[in-house]
Design a protein around this ligand. Structure first.
Ligand code: SF4
Ligand code: SF4
Length: 484
């Protein structure tokens, strides 16, 4: 299947691949609800002293994926608070103690052998949380199987962490991580996605993996959102019905290596901090739970800034309270200047500094340039003008404006027929829409409503079938009684 749609999103404030360590703060605020997980099962209590890498809480709905202590410290925990606070942090990172090779959790059956132990080690050392399923985006079953693995070294949404920044000088760790991944599989292939399979990096990877036929290099054009795992899985012809497709990015492969080579947990994150108001956009090595206010201050951000957890197109707004800490699943922080004033006679400006998917500004004559995105530069939402831009860029091949029209008219059956389920939630339609309609959010909400209705209908059908079966059995019992 060929890749379709997409758009080259070029925004000012892109981090270069410089990686700087962020000094440890005095206190960490580890959120119990992250973008992917809800660590509802808290395993520590107020006043506990914990060691580096100890489990603070787990997510019971996601195979008990753990929230690990990034440093040794003292727990401050109030059950009504949205985070676990870690205070009195050890000043220097402890030498992580390797996991006990003989340790085996009770639920790993002995017959699972080394394979089962390795899966468990990935889960308990925090490496499994980097995995997701291509089609559902959910955490796959750590003890299950998959039809294929997709590893992407490409990150195309501004401003999430770039694969080359995360790789740094750790090519050997990366290829060793790929070998570990292969040991978890039986015969399934690993697709390694790169921007250029003839680059120096690709050549080095090929040389290190010489003889490993199971890794297949895949080149994609550097157009957003071709690095999206659902788009890649469809492009590679992997069907949802054939089973899960495990997906992970560069940092995930490095975490696999760290867990299975050294038996060490992955405690720090590499996060990109970018956007027009950031004085020096770059990548930082930072601990989960690092206070966001401190990160914002170090990035030179003043007041009147909106901070997004994630990229410029799909990031979620974060509140900068005194106790907001970095989400362990964060890949990048995007800063935008909050625009509160309406621009006087903005529509008569020739727009030499404004990029637009529609070639309607003077900027069309400038060729490629980085645009300074703010929260309000495209004005208020307006009704759809039927320009078709959303359909042109959509990588899923659906018609966003049509689904929007059906949703507006509350025609849910038509929304289902228009295949809203194929939406990969890349946000490109919302980005190019000249009327600023929040198409992606509408589709996310619609999919949730449809899934809920489907689950309710299935539960009602199962209940009716059970009642019918019970009535049939009662009738049969009565008939048997009568015949005696
Ligand atoms: S409809 Fe979904 S997949 Fe298509 S552009 Fe919009 S968000 Fe992306
Ligand atoms: S891009 Fe916006 S205005 Fe244009 S057709 Fe799509 S929804 Fe309508």
């Amino acid at each position: 299947m060929t890749l379709r749609g997409g758009y080259d999103v070029i925004l000012a404030g892109r981090p270069d691949k410089t990686l700087s360590p962020m000094p440890d703060p005095d206190v960490l605020y580890l959120p119990l609800k992250s973008r992917r997980f809800h660590f509802a099962d808290v395993r520590v209590k107020d006043g506990d002293a914990v060691g580096q890498g100890d489990t603070l809480a787990t997510d019971p709905a996601n195979f008990s994926v753990p929230l690990l202590a990034p440093r040794a410290g003292k727990v401050v925990y109030d059950p009504s608070a949205p985070c676990i606070t870690l205070a009195d942090l050890a000043k220097a990172p402890a030498k992580a103690k390797p996991a006990d090779a003989a340790a085996q959790p009770p639920h790993v059956a002995p017959e699972m052998g080394d394979g089962g132990r390795n899966h468990y080690r990935l889960l308990s050392l925090g490496a499994w949380e980097y995995f997701c399923d291509a089609y559902t985006g959910a955490l796959p079953d750590p003890f299950g199987a998959c039809q294929a693995v997709i590893v992407s070294t490409v990150a195309l949404e501004p401003f999430v962490a770039r694969g080359d920044a995360q790789l740094g000088g750790r090519l050997l760790n990366f290829t060793r991580g790929l070998e570990h991944l292969q040991s978890l599989l039986e015969y399934q292939p690993i697709y390694l996605v790169m921007p250029d399979i003839h680059s120096q990096l690709a050549t080095q990877v090929r040389e290190q993996l010489r003889g490993y036929a199971w890794v297949r290099l895949v080149q994609i054009p550097p157009k957003y959102p071709f690095d999206n795992f659902s788009v890649l899985a469809r492009h590679l012809g992997l069907k949802p019905a054939a089973g899960p497709v495990w997906c992970l990015r560069t940092e995930g492969v490095l975490a696999v290596d760290q867990a299975l080579t050294g038996g060490k947990p992955c405690l720090a994150r590499i996060v990109a901090i970018g956007g027009p108001p950031v004085s020096s956009p770059r990548h930082y090595e930072v601990l989960p739970g690092h206070p966001l206010a401190d990160i914002a201050a170090r990035a030179g951000l003043g007041s009147n800034i909106r901070l997004l957890d994630g990229g410029a197109l799909t990031g979620k707004k974060v509140e900068l309270s005194d106790t907001s800490g970095l989400d362990p699943a964060c890949r990048g922080l995007t800063a935008l200047t909050e625009q509160t004033d309406r621009e006087f006679l903005g529509f008569v400006r020739p727009g030499a500094d404004r990029r637009s998917y529609a070639a309607c500004f003077l900027s069309t004559l400038r060729g490629k340039f980085s645009e300074k995105l703010t929260t309000g530069m495209r004005g208020e939402p307006r009704p759809c003008i039927g320009c078709n831009f959303c359909a042109e860029v959509c990588p899923a091949g659906i018609l966003p404006y049509l689904i929007h029209k059906y949703l507006y008219a509350d025609q849910i059956d038509e929304v289902v027929q228009a295949r809203v389920d194929l939406c990969v939630e890349c946000g490109l339609c919302s980005f190019v829409c000249p009327c600023k309609i929040e198409l992606m959010q509408q589709f996310i909400d619609a999919k949730a409503v449809i899934a809920k209705e489907k689950a309710e209908a299935e539960a009602a059908a199962a209940k009716a079938a059970a009642a019918e079966e019970a009535a049939r059995e009662a009738a049969a019992a009565a008939a048997a009684q009568e015949s005696r």
